[in-house]
Design a protein around this ligand. Structure first.
Ligand code: SAJ
Length: 428
C-alpha cells in the first residue's frame, strides 16, 4: 500500500511521518519547493515537538519521500489550508481554492479502487464538492455521488483534531470521526487510520463529520468568549475574575475556561466563521463569540494605555514618552513558539505604533522578533530585563518561564495581567 499526503504542513507532515513510522510507503506532495527539499533531507520546515526525529527516521529508512508532483498511490489524504476569502456577506467565507487545486492535481493519477480523504477543516458540503471536482476531471472513473457503493473511487472526510504542541501524541490517541460518502467509503477510511490510530474510529456521514469539526472549535470559541466577556464585566465591577471563575467552577456542572488577551491560532478564530457563513441568520451566538474574542486585544490595549496614563499622572514631570511598557509573550498560547494569528503580536504591534514611550517584549521561545513585528518600534529582551526596565508590565502569554517570576519582582510597577498569572493582585 502507498499513501500520498497532499499538503505537508502542520497536519500533513506529522500524519505522513506517523504513517511512515508504521512502515507504510508515504509520498508527501507539496507545492512549496523549500518544504519538499527540507523534508527530503530528513529535516522539517515547521515547529512541533519531536517531529524532527520522526521525519528524520522515516526519510532515512526510505518510507517517506516528498515531491511537488502527485504520483499514483492507493490512498490520498488532502491536508491543505482552508483560509477565508471575501464573500457575499463579508470577509469570512471559506476559501476552497487549495482543496480544488489539490483535487485537480491528483485526478490524473487516480485509478479504480483508490481512496481519497479530505482532512482539511471544511465547510459543510466540501467533501461532496471535492468528489464532484474529481468526477469532472476523471469521467472514466465512477464516484460515490453518482454510483454509491458501486463507485470506483472511495471518498471520505476525516477532520484532524490535534492540538499544536501535542500533535504526535494526539494523532495516535485521539478518537477520529470518519464521514464517508457511503458506508463502504467510511470503512475503507477507517481501516486506513487504524494503521496508527489507537483511539476509536467513529463512523458517520461526510456532512456530519464536516460539521463536527467546526462544532468542536466553535464550542471552544464560545466558551472562551464567555470567559473573556466575564473578565471585562468583572473589571468594571472591581472583581477578580480568576477568583470568580475558580469559585464558580466548584459547582459540579460549571466549567468556565480562562480569559486571555484574545483568541489566536489558525483554527478556533477561523472555523466558527464557516458555520456563520453557511447559516448567517441563525448562527447568532457563534458570531457574537467571534466578535467578543476578536475585540479583546483592543480592550487590553486600552487597559495598557490607561495604566501608562495613571503612571504619568502619579509622577509629576514625567511624560508618556519617558515610560517603558514591557510585554511578556508573543506566541498565540503558552509554551509554544507559534506566533501566527497571535493576539499578543497584535497588541505589541499596536503599542509600538500608538504608545509614545519604549516598548520591550520578552519571548523565551524566540531568538529574534517574528516577521510580523519587523520594522516596528519594539525590542526583544530577556524576561528579567523586560521586568526590570518596565514602568508597566503587560502579561500576554502564560509560559511556564513567566509563571515563575515572583510577584515581588513586579513590585509596585503597573500591571496588566491578561492571563491571571499573578492573580493575587488586581489586574488594573
Ligand atoms: N485560550 C484562552 N482561554 C482558554 C483556552 C484557550 O484564551 O481557556 C486561547 C489560547 O490562548 C489561544 C486560543 O484560545 O490563543 C486557542 O488555543 P487552544 O489551545 O484552545 O486551541 P488550538 O488553536 O491550539 O487547537 C484547537 C484545538 N481544538 C479544541 O480544543 C476544540 C485542537 O484540538 C484542534 O485540532 C485545533 O484547534 C485545530 O486544528 O482545529
Amino acid at each position: 500500500k502507498t499513501i500520498s499526503i497532499i499538503g505537508l504542513g502542520y497536519i500533513g507532515l506529522p500524519t505522513a511521518a506517523v504513517f511512515a513510522s508504521r512502515k507504510v510507503n508515504v509520498i508527501g506532495v507539496d507545492v512549496n519547493a523549500h518544504a519538499v527539499d527540507t523534508i527530503n533531507r530528513g529535516e522539517i520546515h515547521i515547529v512541533e515537538p519531536d517531529l524532527d526525529m520522526v521525519v528524520h527516521a522515516a526519510v532515512k529508512e526510505g518510507y517517506l519521500r516528498a515531491t511537488r508532483q502527485p504520483e499514483p498511490a492507493d490512498a490520498f489524504l488532502i491536508a491543505v489550508p482552508t483560509p477565508f476569502k471575501d464573500g457575499p456577506t463579508g470577509p469570512h467565507h471559506p476559501d476552497m481554492d487549495y482543496i480544488e487545486s489539490a483535487s485537480k492535481s491528483i485526478a490524473p493519477v487516480l485509478k479504480k479502487g483508490d481512496l481519497v480523504i479530505l482532512e482539511s477543516t471544511s465547510p459543510v458540503g466540501a467533501t461532496e464538492q471535492m468528489a464532484a471536482w474529481l468526477a469532472e476531471a476523471r469521467p472514466d472513473l465512477t464516484f460515490p455521488q453518482t454510483h454509491g457503493e458501486a463507485s470506483d473511487i472511495r471518498v471520505a472526510h476525516c477532520p484532524e483534531r490535534v492540538l499544536p504542541g501535542q500533535v504526535l501524541r494526539e494523532l495516535v490517541q485521539n478518537d477520529r470521526v470518519i464521514g464517508g460518502m457511503t458506508p463502504k467509503c467510511s470503512e475503507a477510511a477507517a481501516s486506513l487510520y487504524k494503521i496508527f490510530v489507537q483511539g476509536e474510529c467513529v463512523i458517520t456521514t461526510a456532512r456530519t463529520a464536516e460539521m463536527c469539526k467546526l462544532t468542536e472549535n466553535s464550542f471552544r470559541d464560545v466558551n472562551i468568549a464567555f470567559a473573556n466577556e466575564l473578565s471585562i464585566i468583572c473589571d468594571k465591577l472591581d472583581i477578580n475574575v480568576w477568583e470568580l471563575i475558580r469559585l464558580a467552577n466548584r459547582h459540579p456542572r460549571v466549567n468556565i475556561l480562562q480569559p486571555g488577551p484574545g483568541v489566536g491560532g489558525h483554527c478556533i478564530a477561523v472555523d466558527p466563521w464557516f458555520i456563520v457563513s453557511q447559516a448567517p441568520d441563525h448562527a447568532r451566538l457563534i458570531r457574537s463569540a467571534r466578535e467578543v474574542n476578536d475585540s479583546k486585544p483592543t480592550w487590553v490595549l486600552d487597559k495598557v494605555m490607561a495604566a501608562a496614563s495613571a503612571v504619568v499622572s502619579a509622577r509629576p514631570g514625567i511624560a508618556a514618552s519617558d515610560l517603558t511598557v514591557s510585554c511578556l509573550g508573543l506566541s498565540f498560547k503558552a509554551n509554544i513558539d507559534d506566533t501566527r494569528e497571535s493576539p499578543a503580536v497584535d497588541i505589541v504591534r499596536a503599542l509600538a505604533r500608538g504608545f509614545a514611550g519604549t516598548v520591550l517584549v520578552a519571548e523565551p521561545h524566540l531568538s529574534s522578533l517574528p516577521h510580523e513585528l519587523h520594522g516596528e518600534r519594539v525590542t526583544l529582551v530577556p524576561a528579567d530585563e523586560a521586568v526590570q526596565r518596565a514602568d508597566v508590565v503587560v502579561m500576554l502569554v502564560d509560559h511556564h518561564a513567566f509563571s515563575q517570576i515572583p510577584l515581588s519582582e513586579i513590585g509596585t510597577r503597573a500591571l496588566v495581567d491578561t492571563r491571571g498569572v499573578w492573580q493575587t493582585r488586581e489586574i488594573h
